[in-house]
Every structure is written in structure tokens, then in C-alpha cells.
Design a protein around this ligand. Structure first.
Ligand code: BGC
Length: 721
């Protein structure tokens, strides 16, 4: 972490009264802590979140300020970013996010969210990156660096094991130490050690019985003592539950959701406890040091302020980075007989079917919501790219119930808030359901008729932020709003229809995946998402996105559901251990819809000349230098993500069949060849040994596998360590 002049911290600390210190360690507004104007200490101003800087709220409530000066660039979600497998794009989009946060006058941007995608059903998966810790490590570091170059702090969240939304405020997670260390923590450790993240957010949930945001184990023993973290730890909003525990843990700032700021656990109750000797003032001093150190790192104090980066938002070059990221995030899942790209010259009419064609998503999802300057939908993007000579027809295809309709169903459940009798509510709901079904039928028939009459049909289906949402998990992976039926009926009349899925987490595709020749996947890809998608469909951009998570056939195949517990209230045990995602599917040979790392291109790549050199001259570490030649053997420019998996042939502990340890994205012209070099170190061969409480490498045979996905291994070489 960046060194600062600690004397300046001690000098300020010595001048602070206890009351002033207390004011600095809790929210005095929904999104900022208290400052000390007398000493020139400002508050820490914070804002969500991962996809851009959130709209402005009143200081003491969740009411929108409502002006138009908080419109911002809408960035691709972390799931989209992770699909690019590009460190460079992580850095570039990080720079955009940081610049926009500073431009909006913020000190801390509450991002990125990097929790592991343990189950496809977690409502916040769209905000997270991957099921694989190495991929998270590699992307979070440049992302945090990019953000922080703008003198704004990243706030990597949510430490730790915050992998479900059900009961998220209370749920108690039991994950064994090895899995915690190998799967759930590496992203956070890398964000601190290599990314130097100035702040970290504690999670809502409990771990081993303790609330994460005030956990002695997590915040003191692990984060402070073991990892030596000296930045600021911020609680999730309302995640603190006890004054003494919070005060004596490694937490620095308590934030919450209500306006009774003086009553927060680390406000007046703490002041009292220090005054009457129950809690030592030295605990408070530690927090102040961490906060002041963070402020110094951000050029927030004294004369430093003159040098602080000003930032800006909605700059045209921000949109360029966003567009590049969106383009590289799109994943071509299936493309039988080169069905895609569409031949623009031959197109006269085109039908887009499905409401995700016209819907925009920026404003939903929970704290990740964005008041976007604009958002290009797939339909708009297609029209923009095609111009006036192609007639683009559109049919909604499926019906999305309105807010009132949902309200009514909800009212039926909640007798408390009911203004009509139960019987009346039931009757009304029944009528509503009938109407909904009728509307659905009408839209479906209209879409089928259009599909029958139009040669080129693109179905744009998927999820929205009713499903990909903070505070709730999905019940299953099924497509909502009768979309499975829509897809099947459209394919029945027009078998060449293409399926585009816009969603933040995997869906079941089994009932129609075989019947369609092309499937394109688009996560919530930001303001330029629709244009990027259109460019991919029309071949102006060759898709290069790769899945950063396995798409299982159903959630019941997922180890979190099959072996472990998920979505329960109370206590959750991660019985699947380290067998998360492909570590499980590949080890146990489970049939999946699309494997981890998968993504097609309009060109082809040849892997050859694998050379692996082991250098063990350094006693402390090992260098395994891998070189492979990648050739673009097709006729268009394209990019390939070369993936390196390591398989430990014999170990004293049970290890997954292989684990991703390295990757590189290469961009090649047709016919072009490039040597790709990847070096693996000790940490790519080790596992966490619970006895000695450290990562160990056991000597023996390891297989180095190079491939285009976890299930498309092209070259293999065995080494001995
Ligand atoms: C979320 C955090 C977010 C915070 C502030 C919480 O509900 O879990 O991710 O940063 O609210 O909006």
C-alpha cells in the first residue's frame, strides 16, 4: 500500500477530541461519514457502485435529489467485464469509473463487487465477476488501479462469502478454511496486495457466527493482523449489530440506511462506552489512523488538495472505453454452420422479437442502479447500424407484468397492508392473471406470425432486474414471462431464427438450445450494449467474449445445490468445499450447457508448439515458463483467450481435476501467428494446507493444459516439480 507521512496522521490525531473522532467513524448522512472542519478534515463522500456512479440522494433519506446533473456513463456490469478476460479493459473501465466518481465529487466508489458466483441463482451475480478466483484476481487488480488513479478509493466488496441474497442480513456461512482461502478470499487479497485498494467493504452476512462487518476473525485476525491491511474498512449499509464488537474489530466506518445517525452503534453508544471505560479509546484511534491514511492517499488533506485529480463524467472517451468493453464482452455460444454473422448486404427485412430487444436495464438491480446518460437497446443498436435500407420490424413477443399487477399479487400475500378483503384480492388477482395470460397469448401469436413472414429473425430474450436483483435470489434458472414457449414456437415456424439472450445470470436453455443454430449471450453491457451487440451480429465486430462462469443445464446440477446448501435462512454450509463451478462439473464429468471459458469466434485458432520450461533455481519460488503459438487460421481478424489449467496428478488432499491458473488474450489478423508467453509461479501449484495454515506445493507431477475452454484442451505437457 502507498506509504504516507505517518507524522501527519499522528499530528492530526493528537488534536482531535473524542467527540470528533466518533463523528469520523460513522455515517452522518446516508452516503458520507463525518468530517472535522476545524482541522480541515473533510467527510468521506461515497457512492455506489459497480456500473457507474449512482444518482444523488438527499443526505438523510433515499429520496432522489431529482436534478439532471447526476446523469452518468453506464458501464458494463462486472459479469460483462469478466467475459472479456481482458486486464487492459478492466484497467480502462476502472479509469472511467474512477474519473466519473471524482467528477461527481466522490471520495469512495463502492465497487467493484467480486464475490464468487457460487450458485447461478444468486441475485447479485450480475454485479460479480466469476466462479473462478484466479480470473477474479487478475481482473480486480487492474480495475482497482484504474479507479484509484483518479484519487478516488475503490471499495472492494463484500468481504466475505456473501454468495446469496436470501436472508443476506443474517445468514451464517460455514465454509471450511481451505475453501475460504482457495476460492472465496484470493480476489480480496489480490485487490489489497497488488491492487492496493484503499478501502474494503464488510459483508452483511455472518461467517462462522460473527457478522462480517464487525467480525474479529475476518477484520482483525485475517485482514489486519495476517494481511497487514492499513486502509479503511467500511461496513455494508446496516451491517453492524453491536457497539463493542464493531469498535474492537478492524472495522473503521459504520454506514447504515436510516437517518438516526447519532444512534448508530459506532456513534453515541460508542461515545458513552468509551467515556465510561467499557471500550478503550485506542481502538478508536486505530480507526482514525486508517481513515486519515486513506485521506492522505487520496490527496484530501491540507495543501495536497491542490494536486488532487479533478475527474470528469460523461466524457466522450469514457464512452469509447465502454463500447470497447461491451464489444469484447459479448459471447457467441453457438454458431452452427456459420449462421452468424448476418450478411448486411443481403438483408432487406429483419424481425426482432422479444421485449429485451427494446428494454433498457440501467435503472434497476438495487444499489447497482444507474441514472444513465443513455442506454442503447438491441433494437436501437440494430437500427443505428443497419440504416434506412433495411426494414427492421419488432414484436414484443412476451408480456412483462406491470408494477400494479405485481403489487396486487403482493397485496394478496400481505394481509397486513391489505386495503381490500382477502376474497376481493383473490378475485382481482385471478382476473388479473387471466388478463395477463390473454395478453401473453396475443403477443405470442403476433410474434409467431411475424417470424413466419420474415426470413431473418432475431429473438432477444432473457432476464431483467426483476430477477437479477439485490436482495433476492432466483428460484430456478427458468426463463420468465413465458419466453421458453415463445422461443420454441418461433423456431417451429422459422428454424433459422437466432437467439440472443440479455441477462445477468445463466438460464435454462435445454428446451430449445438444440433447435436453434445460433445463440449469442449479452450480459448487462452498459450504455453501448445494444450497439455492440448489433456490431457482433453484423460481423463488424468478431466476438471474443468467453464465459467466466459455467452455464449448467439446471441449477440442480450446481454443487452449491447438489452438495451444499443455498438459499436457506439461518445457517448455510458450503459442503461442496473447493468444488465450485467447473472445478466440480469437470471433475465429476457433469453434462453442462456451456463450459467455463467457452466462447466462439467468426474465425478459428490453431494452438501449436507448446514449450514448458521449469526453473527451480529460486528456492523460494518456481518459474514455469509456458510458450505456445496461436495462429488465426480463418479469414477475419479476431481474438482468442488462451487458457492455462493446472492439474495436480497426485496430492495428499482431494483436488479438482484442473484449475485455471493463467490466461492471455491475443488479437490476430487472418493468417497471423503469435507466440504467447505465460509464466506460472508457486501459487499456481499450491493448495491451502489446514494443518500448517499456509499454501503448500507438494512435489510431483503436474499437467499443464492449454485450451480454449475448460473442456476444450488443445495441448498438454507434464512437468515435475
Ligand atoms: C449493498 C452494497 C451497497 C450499499 C450502499 C447495500 O445494500 O449491499 O453493495 O454499496 O447498500 O448502497
Amino acid at each position: 500500500m502507498k506509504k504516507v507521512d505517518e507524522r501527519r496522521i499522528e499530528d492530526l490525531l493528537s488534536q482531535l477530541t473524542l467527540e470528533e473522532k466518533i463523528n469520523m467513524i460513522h455515517g452522518v448522512a446516508i452516503f458520507h461519514s463525518g468530517g472535522v472542519p476545524r482541522l480541515g478534515i473533510p467527510p468521506l463522500k461515497m457512492s455506489d457502485g459497480p456500473m457507474g456512479v449512482r444518482k444523488e440522494f438527499a443526505y438523510d433519506s433515499w429520496i432522489n435529489v431529482g436534478t439532471t446533473d447526476d446523469l452518468v456513463s453506464y458501464l458494463p456490469s462486472n459479469s460483462a467485464l469478466a467475459s472479456t478476460w481482458s486486464r487492459d479493459l478492466a484497467y480502462k473501465t476502472g479509469k472511467v469509473l474512477g474519473a466519473e466518481a471524482r467528477g461527481r465529487g466522490k471520495d469512495v466508489i463502492l465497487a467493484p463487487g467480486i464475490n464468487i458466483k457460487r450458485s447461478p441463482l444468486c441475485g447479485r451475480n450480475f454485479e460479480y465477476m466469476s466462479e473462478d478466483p484466479r480470473l477474479v484476481e487478475e481482473l480486480v487488480v487492474p480495475l482497482v488501479k484504474g479507479i484509484q488513479e483518479n484519487d478516488v478509493a475503490a471499495c472492494v466488496k463484500h468481504l466475505a462469502a456473501n454468495n446469496q441474497e436470501t436472508d443476506r442480513l443474517e445468514v451464517d456461512t460455514y465454509v471450511d478454511q481451505r475453501s475460504l482461502r482457495e476460492i472465496y478470499l484470493p480476489g480480496f487479497k489480490a485487490a489489497i496486495d497488488k491492487g492496493e485498494s484503499h478501502t474494503i467493504m464488510g459483508a452483511y452476512n455472518r461467517l462462522y457466527g460473527e457478522f462480517c462487518s464487525q467480525s474479529r476473525y475476518l477484520l482483525t485476525e485475517l485482514l489486519r493482523d495476517e494481511w497487514g491491511y492499513d486502509g479503511a474498512v467500511i461496513s455494508d449499509w446496516g451491517a453492524v449489530h453491536d457497539t463493542k464488537e464493531a469498535a474492537e474489530s478492524g472495522l473503521d466506518i459504520e454506514m447504515s440506511v436510516t437517518a438516526n445517525f447519532d444512534d448508530y452503534y459506532m456513534a453515541n453508544p460508542l461515545l458513552e462506552a468509551v467515556r465510561n471505560g467499557e471500550i478503550k479509546e485506542e481502538y478508536i484511534d486505530k480507526k482514525i489512523r486508517n481513515i486519515l491514511r486513506t485521506m492522505l492517499r487520496l490527496n484530501m488533506l491540507g495543501e495536497d488538495r491542490k494536486n488532487r485529480v479533478p475527474g470528469t463524467y460523461n466524457a466522450p472517451h469514457h464512452r469509447e472505453a465502454i463500447q470497447e468493453c461491451a464489444e469484447e464482452s459479448i459471447i457467441l455460444l453457438k454458431n452452427e454452420n456459420n449462421r452468424l454473422p448476418l450478411q448486411k448486404d443481403k438483408l432487406k427485412t429483419l424481425a426482432i422479437i422479444g421485449q429485451n430487444g427494446e428494454r433498457v436495464h440501467a435503472g434497476g438491480g438495487g444499489s447497482a442502479e444507474i441514472k444513465a446518460l443513455y442506454e442503447i437497446s438491441p433494437l436501437l443498436g440494430m437500427k443505428m447500424e443497419l440504416g434506412g435500407n433495411v426494414e427492421v420490424k419488432y414484436a414484443k413477443g412476451y408480456y412483462v407484468p406491470t408494477k400494479e399487477e405485481k403489487e396486487l399479487n403482493w397485496q394478496q400475500d400481505s394481509l397486513e397492508k391489505q386495503t381490500i378483503t382477502k376474497e376481493e384480492a383473490e378475485l382481482k388477482a385471478e382476473k388479473q392473471e387471466k388478463e395477463t395470460r390473454a395478453r401473453q397469448e396475443e403477443l405470442l401469436q403476433e410474434a409467431v406470425a411475424l417470424a413466419r413472414d420474415t426470413e431473418e429473425v432475431i429473438l432477444v430474450v432473457g432476464l431483467d432486474h426483476e430477477y437479477d436483483v439485490e436482495g433476492g435470489d432466483r428460484k430456478d434458472m427458468k426463463l420468465p414471462y413465458g419466453q421458453d414457449r415463445l422461443i420454441k414456437e418461433v423456431l417451429a415456424v422459422n428454424p433459422s431464427a437466432i437467439v440472443v439472450v440479455v441477462a445477468g445470470s445463466p438460464i435454462e436453455m435445454g428446451s430449445w438450445a438444440d433447435a436453434t443454430s445460433a445463440i449469442v449471450w449479452c450480459y448487462y453491457a452498459g450504455m453501448e450494449g445494444g450497439r455492440a451487440l448489433a456490431k457482433v451480429l453484423l460481423g463488424k465486430v468478431n466476438p471474443s467474449g468467453k464465459l467466466a462462469e459455467t452455464f449448467p443445464k439446471t441449477h440442480m446440477d450446481c454443487p452449491a445445490h447438489k452438495l451444499g446448501e443455498f438459499g436457506n435462512y439461518g445457517k448455510i454450509t458450503y459442503n461442496e468445499g473447493v468444488y465450485v463451478g467447473y472445478r466440480y462439473y469437470d471433475s465429476y464429468d457433469i453434462d453442462v450447457e456451456f463450459p467455463f471459458g467457452h466462447g466462439l469466434s467468426y474465425t478459428t485458432f490453431k494452438y501449436s508448439d507448446l514449450k514448458v520450461e521449469v526453473d527451480q533455481t529460486n528456492k523460494e519460488d518456481v518459474d514455469v515458463r509456458i510458450q505456445v503459438t496461436i495462429e488465426n487460421t480463418g479469414s477475419v481478424y479476431g481474438a482468442e483467450v488462451v487458457q492455462v489449467y493446472v492439474s495436480d496428478k497426485e496430492a495428499s488432499v482431494d483436488r479438482p481435476i484442473h484449475e485455471l491458473k493463467g490466461f492471455e488474450k491475443v488479437y490476430l489478423k487472418p493468417g497471423e501467428k503469435q507466440n504467447v508467453n505465460i509464466t506460472l509461479n508457486k501459487d499456481s501449484f499450491s493448495f491451502y494446507d489446514v494443518e500448517s495454515k499456509r499454501f503448500v506445493v507438494e512435489p510431483g507431477e503436474f499437467e499443464i493444459q492449454l485450451g480454449s475452454s475448460s473442456r476444450d484442451i488443445r495441448l498438454v505437457e507434464t512437468i515435475i516439480l
